[in-house]
Design a binder for this molecule. Structure first.
Ligand code: B12
Length: 210
């Protein structure tokens, strides 16, 4: 990887645009993160030429051709940079527990979380413990949010938490619970980590876990 970055830095002040692009593509193919190529290749090359210009050992044409190489390479990195940024967003799984079809409050929670830049995986309504476990295994969220509006379904919080425990996933994920009939005492009783009364408080609380 270092060799590729060194080559990029050597070729950019020479204006070798096609060669630089080919090296960027090769680095991406070899799995070098786009952020690394940007920081340790392209930006360092710009930095070196800017310093040389400042101390009089390089001139404007060299600065311009280096910048041209930089501009030509950026579009190659762009989709990867966006993807990497996406991957950094904290993930939350949310759903309404089994036996319960109410989703207005859950949707509101999902909306508020998205507004705070969480990546939200909404598993829907009437969701059994198995599906929550599957989602936690697949998406590895920071928090799983369980919603219930019915006194007949709120007991399923514990079923989900027990299933996570049994699957060996409980230590890897926080559990938040909520819904109109839920109280802080009930959240404690079922072994949840987080309870809030509404969606705005949920989003603010989860930000503290990032
Ligand atoms: C709308 C509604 C329905 C709609 C649901 C439509 C939908 N797509 O959701 C329909 C008509 C389908 C419906 C059906 C039923 N309903 Co209904 N329904 C309601 C009603 C009027 C409003 C619920 C609502 O959306 N509130 C607005 C949202 C924004 O508030 P919220 O859900 O509480 O969410 C907020 C917080 O609680 C919190 N929150 C929510 N989830 C989570 C999750 C986490 C992790 C956190 C931290 C916070 C959080 O944040 C949210 C936003 O700030 C309530 C009455 C009420 N006042 O609550 C009855 C109510 C919940 N329903 C009730 C009942 C009995 C039923 C039925 C059984 C009726 C029947 N006999 O068929 C069925 C159940 C069907 C089923 N299996 O789910 C009862 C429940 C009583 C009980 N003791 O359990 C209620 C309380 C009405 C009553 N007073 O009798 N219902």
């Amino acid at each position: 990887m270092n060799e590729l970055m060194e080559e990029i830095k050597t070729l950019m002040p020479k204006g070798k645009m096609n060669e630089v692009n080919a090296l960027v593509e090769r680095a991406l193919k070899e799995g070098v993160p786009a952020q690394t190529i940007l920081q340790e290749g392209l930006l360092q090359a710009m930095d070196i030429i800017a310093k040389k210009w400042a101390d009089g050992t390089a001139f404007i044409p060299e600065v311009l051709i280096t910048a041209r190489c930089m501009n030509a390479a950026i579009p190659l990195l762009e989709p990867y940079l966006l993807e990497e940024k996406e991957a950094e967003r904290p993930v939350v799984v949310i759903g309404t527990v089994q036996g319960d079809l109410h989703d207005i409050g859950k949707n509101l929670c999902a909306l508020m979380l998205k507004a705070k830049n969480f990546k939200v995986i909404d598993v829907g309504v009437d969701v059994g413990a198995d599906k929550f476990v599957e989602a936690v295994r697949e998406y590895q969220p920071m928090v799983v949010c369980l919603s219930s509006l019915l006194t007949t379904s709120m007991g399923n919080f514990k079923v989900v938490i027990d299933a996570l425990q049994e699957a060996g996933l409980r230590d890897r994920v926080k559990v938040a619970v909520g819904g109109a009939p839920i109280t802080p005492a009930f959240a404690d009783e079922v072994g949840a980590d987080i309870y809030t009364e509404d969606a705005v408080a949920l989003a603010d609380t989860l930000l503290q876990y990032c």
